[in-house]
Write a protein that binds this ligand. Structure first.
Ligand code: ZN
Length: 282
C-alpha cells in the first residue's frame, strides 16, 4: 500500500513526446529469457509520465505483443487455448511486489490474487473463490502466501491512526498482533514490523489450510502444499518463512480440521481416494 505520491521532477516534465516514445521502444524491445521456462519477459516500463497519457500504455502493449509474436509465434495462440498454472499466489496489492516478475515467470504460470496486506479471510468471497477455482478446477499443487517487509497495510495496522474504510480490512492484522503480542514486543522495536509481516503471512497460511477446499483436496489424496514467503523491497529477495503446510498432519490445531464430505460417505479417512465430489463449501 503506497501512501505517498512521488512528485514529478522538472526534468521529467520537460521530456518531449518523441523522447518518451523512444523510451517505450527501448524498454519493450529489451527482453530476457527465463532459464527454466524460456518465457519472454519484457522489461517493465517505469516512469511517471505514463499517467499523463494512457495512450502510451496501449502503444507499449502493442510493442510488447509484437516482440513476443516475433520471438515465439505460437505464444498467444497457445495461451488462448487454456491455462494450466501449478501455483496460486496470494500476495499484497503493493505495486512493488508483482508476482510473476519477482519469480521470473510469465503469462499462464501463476494464478494470482492480491489484496492489501495479503489477507486470506474466511468470510471473503473473493479470495475463497480464487482458492476454490485454483484447487478444484485448475488443480494447482502449490499455494503461496507472499507478504513483504515494509508493507503499508501492516504498518497501518500497527498504528492507532485512522485511514478510513481500509482499517476494517486491516483489523485482522491487529488480531494477529494481539495474539502474538508477547513475541512481537520481545523483539527489538525496529524489528517489530518485520515480525508482524511474517506472523501475518503465517496466519494466512493457516487460514488457507483451515478451509474445506484445501482439506477436501488432501482427503482425495492430492498433492497440495501451502507455503509462506516474504519479499524484501530493498534487495528483491524472497525469504522462505518455512511455515509450509503439506497435509492434514501439519495442521496441529484440531479445531480447524474439517471432516470432509468423503469422510462421511466412506466412513473413514479417505487418503488415497480419487473420487470426485460434487459440492464443497468453504
Ligand atoms: Zn503490502
Amino acid at each position: 500500500m503506497e501512501q505517498t505520491l512521488t512528485p514529478k521532477s522538472e526534468k521529467r516534465l520537460t521530456r518531449t513526446r518523441s523522447e518518451v516514445r523512444e523510451m517505450i521502444d527501448d524498454n519493450v524491445t529489451s527482453v530476457s529469457k527465463s532459464s527454466d521456462s524460456e518465457l519472454i519477459l519484457p522489461v517493465p516500463i517505469t516512469f511517471s509520465e505514463i499517467e499523463e497519457n494512457l495512450q502510451r500504455l496501449l502503444d507499449s502493449n502493442k510493442a510488447w505483443a509484437k516482440s513476443i509474436t516475433e520471438t515465439k509465434p505460437e505464444f498467444f495462440t497457445t495461451m488462448a487455448q487454456a491455462q494450466h498454472p501449478k501455483i496460486v499466489w496470494f500476495g499484497c496489492s503493493d505495486s512493488r511486489v508483482p508476482a510473476e516478475t519477482v519469480v521470473q515467470l510469465g503469462p499462464g504460470e501463476i494464478f494470482v490474487h492480491r489484496n492489501i496486506a495479503n489477507q486470506f479471510n474466511h468470510a471473503d468471497l473473493n479470495s475463497l473463490s480464487v482458492l476454490q477455482y485454483a484447487v478444484d478446477h485448475l488443480k494447482v499443487e502449490h499455494i503461496i502466501v507472499c507478504g513483504h517487509y515494509g508493507c503499508g497495510g501492516v504498518l497501518a495496522a500497527m498504528s492507532n491512526n485512522q485511514h478510513g474504510l481500509v482499517d476494517n480490512w486491516l483489523r485482522n492484522i491487529k488480531d494477529v498482533y494481539w495474539i502474538n503480542k508477547s513475541t512481537i514486543e520481545s523483539s527489538e522495536p525496529e524489528k517489530r514490523a518485520d515480525k508482524l509481516v511474517e506472523l501475518n503471512v503465517k496466519q494466512q497460511v493457516y487460514n488457507i489450510a483451515a478451509t474445506s477446499i484445501v482439506q477436501s483436496a488432501w482427503a482425495d489424496g492430492r498433492k497440495l502444499e501451502i507455503h509462506g514467503w516474504s519479499y524484501r523491497l530493498d534487495n528483491g529477495i524472497l525469504n522462505d518463512l518455512e511455515v509450509d503446510i503439506k497435509g492434514e498432519q501439519d495442521l496441529s490445531d484440531h479445531i480447524y480440521k474439517v471432516y470432509c464430505r468423503n469422510h462421511h460417505i466412506h466412513g473413514s479417512h479417505a487418503h488415497g481416494h480419487n473420487h470426485e465430489h460434487g459440492h464443497r463449501h468453504a
